[in-house]
Design a protein. Sequence first.
Length: 323
Amino acid sequence: MRVMERTFREQLFFLVLCLFVLKGDSRYIENNDILKDDLYSFFNAELKREIPEELMYRRPLRCLDMIAVEGQFTFTAERPQLSCAAFFMAEPNEVITVDYDNVDIDCRGGDFITVFDGWVMKGEKFPSTQDHPLPMYERYVDYCDSGSLRRTVRSSQNVAMVFFRIHNAGSSFTLTIRKLINPFPCNVISQSPEGSYTMVIPQQHRNCSFSIIYPVEIDISEFSLGHYNNFPKRSMPGCAESGDFVQLLGGNGIDTSKLLPITDLCISFTGPTQMKIGCDNTVVRMVSSGKFVNRVSFSYRLLDAQELQTIKLNNVEDFCFNN
Ligand SMILES: *[C@@H]1O[C@H](CO)[C@@H](O)[C@H](O)[C@H]1NC(C)=O
């Protein structure tokens, strides 16, 4: 879907910006549109997992939007809006549910509201087809096709999105966004440019990715793959043969299967575990055979402009700047 025509870098910039704004919003200092009631309901939302509907945070949904809080978001078309998208995001250990309410759109006239289990940007998807448990067609749930049959759609990871197209002014719908705890997170997009994370795959034959959509320094601090309880080890070729390994990937899109490998970590060790990666997207991906409990811990922080400049000039791990 050609929802956004801008370059990927611009889109990421937009997202980053939104995230920072949201972080500001969530402290409710900057945003002057907030009523006292909203404020109250928001703090309640922060304290309680189950929020009664009347206390939910509410605001209008914009044609291009980014939402990181639970609440009710109502879109009302003031004119035809043919390519809109709302990105939803939760904590790494949460999934998102999207409920449709009060839908007044013209399905026959070509309107649609489609929830996607993941994010799509510039035709690229997260999680990649390889790493998602569901086939692609099941990841799209269209309101007009499923109608009242599926009023609630639940994501498989901490990100989801909704595409919509509305032809008639005055048409509207409301989305209720909730977050649920996910005891076994697999694929994740980091909400912030710094933090730390431990990825665990408990004896499952699957692959998980942790994606950081910022240029970062990443430090892999702990690592255990099955029976090899080693400190991080970088391999010679042959990591892939071991069946259980960790990949560090980088690139400028969100599809992890299209990113370039920076390094593989499995048994033998030849390099540093702290790396500066000047890519728009840095991913830690764990491939798991299902025979072992695999675990990797890492921390990351945003590179500043000067560090980025140095990477650019050094011309070393700079393949991200070449596209
Ligand atoms: C995990 O990834 C590896 C290598 O990228 C692939 O060969 C394997 O089929 C994937 N496993 C699953 C369960 O998707």
